[in-house]
Write a new protein. Sequence first.
Lengths: 357, 172
Amino acid sequence: MAVAQLTRRRAIILLVLTSIILITLDLQNSSAISGLRNIFSTVFRPVESTARVITRPISNGWHGIFDYNDVLDENDRLRERIAQQEGATIAAAASVRLAQELLALNGLPTLAGINAVTAQVIGDSPTNFSQTIEINQGNESGIRVGMPVLNAAGLIGKITKVFSDRSVVMLITDPDFALSVKVVNSPRQTTTTTIAKSNAAVPSPVVPVEPDASLDTETSSTTTTTTTTTIAGFTPSVTTLPAVPSGVSSITVPLASDLAVRETGVIEGRGPSRQPTVRFISNAVRFGDIQVGVPIVTAGGSRSLSPPDILIGKVARVVERLGSAGPVLEIEPVADLTNLSFLRVLLYQPITEKATP
Amino acid sequence: MIRFLTIMSSRWTRLVLVLLIVISLQTTLFAEMRPFGVAAQLVLLFVVVSGSINGSTIGALTGLIAGLMYDFVLPTPVGLTSLALGLAGATAGLLVYFFREPTWWMRLITIGVVSLLGEVYYPLAQTVVGLDGWLQFRIIKVAIVVAVCNLVLSPIAIFVCRWTLTERKLSV
């Protein structure tokens, strides 16, 4: 009896030491741990598949009992939303095509040029302390660790583990998730003035000009002629034209201060019950006050794991901080992370990650 | 041959095989059935029950083995769940130790209390290795729901655990 007790104690010490060593190795991304995971996965997968088949009726029954009313309500909501969005979709599609053409003309990267793999969600996280899901595509489909994952609404997470025929996706709400993002702030409210007379510095408020409106203003010594040309995405606002000789027309563009201002930060998850936040936003005067509802998109860049301009969410709350520390933004993701079924994995790797031939 | 049969019929081999089934149920059925948005922790229940029935040493061993197997399924660092569940198993064994002749309801209280504690050990362990962000007020709700679920499932778990961890003599 005493011998057995001693053996068990030795086993406990051995297992504790093994665990500590494994934690240390895994935190340093040891390839040995990945190998062990793959071996265990190979053994465990058939057992799990069998369990999934056997328990499917039970989980279906569970969802039937507890989620039926929610599904009905959701159905009604979705029908209403579809009706609202049908018209907007056509206009949006035209705008997207136009934007892609403009980006292509200027040699800028677009999402349309990145290959993607469609995957289905096959499992949720079994624990309450990780925000991950499992999808049914792996490295056989070209998926690599770090690739961004989207649904129809926007970014939902990134690939953190890849097996041959499945992958694990870390959602943007996981506290370990971090990604550089851009905050596209609305134009600031400006009070611009026009100097109508070349040698007189008398400020006067400027009235917004309607598109296609022409205005002939005759002053004591100078004539100003305005021809407004609207550019998609820009808000026709004010005209500030220097005095030009009569008969010469020029194109009006918005003031620099009225263009959408972009500032980069880092989005970080905070668990399922709290919204992700964006930190490290500069509180420069140029950027102005961040409005609730402004969009948050991925920043891109040679080191970023995601291409630029994928929609993540919108600002739900702005928490101002004292001193030079910029504000913290609470983000409402556009994608519903509680109800994911089909996803798109962008086969995107930053230039710094691509293997050299 | 006899040695091989002895190893195969030992309770530890049986434990590994049963744990494979328990973990597969955890990653399929119990990952989908989420009362109040919380996943019941079947692996934790099995460990706690083994500790409360067989004492702290067996509880700790079961926890370490179960955790190590569970770790290979989870995306968190390998070894973390092992330590957390090992601690939970040992706690369950130690708590029962304070009752002179534990009755069934004392065991149930132990299972409930240690399930609650065991669910807190894991985010604590995550924080220790630098995976911050999980120690939130939500943990109270999670721990309570897990404890209640474990109490409901404990009769089945006690039966399975007894069958698994009973020492049997091999008669050849």
